[in-house]
Write a protein that binds this ligand. Structure first.
Ligand SMILES: C[S@@+](CC[C@H](N)C(=O)[O-])C[C@H]1O[C@@H](n2cnc3c(N)ncnc32)[C@H](O)[C@@H]1O
Length: 230
């Protein structure tokens, strides 16, 4: 699969990933909300100095990552590349970051490992400290099995970090987002365009996760879940 407008191999710029934004940037992001949230692909938003949706997601997720990270549904592996860059810059160029890996059923480039399915991963039990599902659980038809598999390959005390939009926003968004990655591949039966947080909590619970925290971001329209394996 060739890189495309969504998975183009680029990383969001540093200013877009800053956790605390200045008043001017916040005002610009609000004025430009229809552009960055609906009309423009992430890289084009960033060219206009608007915080892209991918940058919003990674800025929420990066502080949650520790140790060896597995990113499921990794796209072009941007999150793992950002994590490794973050560790290098903070002088923590450790083995765990280097051994972090992204997997996907589509090869979008960026050194992701291509897998056949997310419910059977080529890793031993207890291999990872953090496992991510960023904007992708809705796209994984085998999502029940994928979270159970994540529980298996996660170390005790490790966490699953996931972001997800609700069903209504997802349905509306995917009808409009002409650039979204699912327009560049076959859509599988069982994919949905968003998952409500009550259903996400049920999925986590069923996979064995008892402690799950939920936070909202992007004006409350996106959700960050952190589920810890006891
Ligand atoms: C919206 S993209 C998100 C990509 C990436 N996590 C990010 O933050 O940019 C959804 C991803 O899910 C992947 N995907 C679809 N079905 C999958 C499956 N069964 N298992 C793993 N990944 C899958 C797609 O190939 C795509 O890369």
């Amino acid at each position: 699969m060739k890189p495309n407008i969504t998975h183009d191999g680029t990383l969001p710029p540093d200013w877009a990933l800053a956790r605390r934004k200045g008043a001017l940037q916040r005002a610009w992001d609000l004025v430009g909300a229809p552009l960055r949230m609906v009309l423009l692909p992430d890289t084009q938003s960033e060219k206009l100095h608007l915080t892209s949706l991918r940058a919003e997601r990674y800025a929420a997720v990066l502080p949650q990552l520790k140790g060896r990270v597995l990113d499921v549904g990794a796209g072009d592996n941007a999150l793992i590349r950002l994590y490794q860059q973050m560790q290098r810059r903070s002088g923590k160029d450790d083995d765990a970051a280097r051994k972090s890996v992204g997997v996907d059923v589509v090869d979008w480039g960026g050194d992701t490992l291509k897998i056949a399915s997310s419910d059977s991963l080529p890793f031993e039990a207890g291999s990872f400290d953090t496992i991510c599902f960023i904007a992708c659980i809705n796209h994984i038809p085998e999502r029940d099995g994928a979270l159970k598999e994540a529980y298996r390959v996660l170390k005790p005390g490790g966490s699953v970090v996931a972001t997800m939009i609700g069903r209504l926003i997802g349905d509306i968004g995917h009808a409009i987002w002409w650039y979204s990655e699912d327009k560049h591949r076959d859509v599988a039966e069982g994919e949905v365009m968003g998952i409500d947080s009550t259903e996400m909590l049920r999925l986590f619970n069923q996979a064995g996760f008892r402690r799950v925290s939920v936070k909202r971001f992007v004006y409350g329209m996106n959700y960050l879940f952190v589920a810890t394996r006891e």
